[in-house]
Design a protein around this ligand. Sequence first.
Ligand SMILES: Cc1ncc(COP(=O)(O)O)c(C=O)c1O
Length: 383
Amino acid sequence: MPKDFAYRLRKIPPYLFAEIEEKVNRKKAEGLDIIDLGIGDPDLPTPRPLVEEVKRQLDDQENHRYPSSGGERDTRVAVAEWYGRRFGVDVDPDREVAILLGSKEGLANIARAFVNPDDHVLCPDPAYPVYAQGATLLCDAVPVKVPLRERDGFLPDVDLLPSDARMLYLNYPNNPTGATATPEFLKDAVRWCSETETILCYDNAYSEMTFDDYIAPSVLEFGREAIEFGSLSKTFNMTGYRLGYAVGDPTLIAGLKKVKSQVDSGAPKFIQKAASIALGQYNGRSRPAMVEDSVKVYKERRDVMVRGLRELGFNVTLPKGTFYLFFGIGGSSIDFANRLLDAGVVVTPGIGFGQNGEGFVRMALTQPVSRLEEALERMRKAL
Ligand SMILES: Cc1ncc(COP(=O)(O)O)c(C=O)c1O
């Protein structure tokens, strides 16, 4: 049998994060105590009432059967109602919502629905790698870089972007930079996409993980010709449950659902039921206790780590969103990450998020304060 990957898979560069994981595992096997600030996976538990709800729903045999690939109606209604309460955006659960197996799945599958071979897709750089790779390259299309620069607050000037692209991905609060979007920026992005007939895919996976009175908007507050992706992963510490949602323009949702109907059979019903309960905790714009409790923890960690890194001489911005710190290290990000790994601290080299990430590293605040303090101490000795 042929053993070579299909050409589109061969175009995907080696996954840097897999290489890092391998190195980390080697160090662990050697007995080194590792403080892992690499992966953006919450260490906090899923709120207990949601775990109990999943257990309860598992006892109902109806939930053992195939779900609908685009999402159970009850869950779509829960997402639509949440959009109303949280963003003031009126959403039709039947035409404007799809339930996803985590937002990553939808971010990739939307391209299969609307991107043709050789189309150009505008992908921020640095960015979550799915836009350029899992979405664009796997559709035989061409990723075109949208450079995000620190001096511009990691917000691109949309009017300078090429107008011949099929699709634009944007993500705020942003992974890896922690940057947040202003209303003016989002207004511009929606206007520009409409003028240039570019499909706007807005990744709002960190909408609830924000600090210091900053409340992240939905891009749909600024116009309805877009598709927005969200997730329970970070909001409710539910990365392993794989539950996300897409909301937006009915044609974009219909295309995404059509792809999904051919490739997956939907998120497990017992998870969808718990997701409805989770979103139902919101009374309005402000976060319910089960979300606020986690955000408080991340905020304390952010403050401790930013203070400590500044004391070590790094120029670190206090991010208003996400649980990432992204800061310049004045050299090769891989060399820096390797030096820290030898000292037992895992950080992600910025180059893993694209060429423009070079010279930066990302730290995920997914360890308790005592471990962050220990990481700072190890850095002080190692650098
Ligand atoms: C910017 C961004 N979008 C989307 C995701 C995917 O999240 P999930 O598939 O768990 O919903 C992640 C995960 O880290 C992310 O950082």
